[in-house]
Design a protein around this ligand. Sequence first.
Ligand SMILES: [Zn+2]
Length: 132
Amino acid sequence: MTNRKQLQEHQAYLTNVHNRVYTCANCHCHITTHAAIMSRAFQGRHGPGYLVGKVVNVTVGVKEERLLMTGVHTVADISCMVCRAKLGWKYLRAREKPQKYKEGRYIVEKSKLSRENIWSDDDDDGFDRDCY
Ligand SMILES: [Zn+2]
């Protein structure tokens, strides 16, 4: 139980009321927002993926060189901080100049996310909702 409490204390919540929130499909922990998605035309390992500018509540794994559809990139897998599900990867470095814009961005598999409308001030039961 100590471990669970620690995670809870470090967990970030996305509270921009103008955004729809995407959560981990497995544990419903907040991962990213509608506004942070830069492109939906990407390919993850297991199907469609999103190119995302900012994510929260993920851990970044070991970096490795990977041959992707657009050439060799230095990437690191990202996993949900809470349930450890693999969500996609982070682009650390791209070799080709046209691919440089991806550096520091993330690919998140569409199938690993679920959509959740963020609560508004007049929606009180939203406050009871969290990862557990
Ligand atoms: Zn999760």
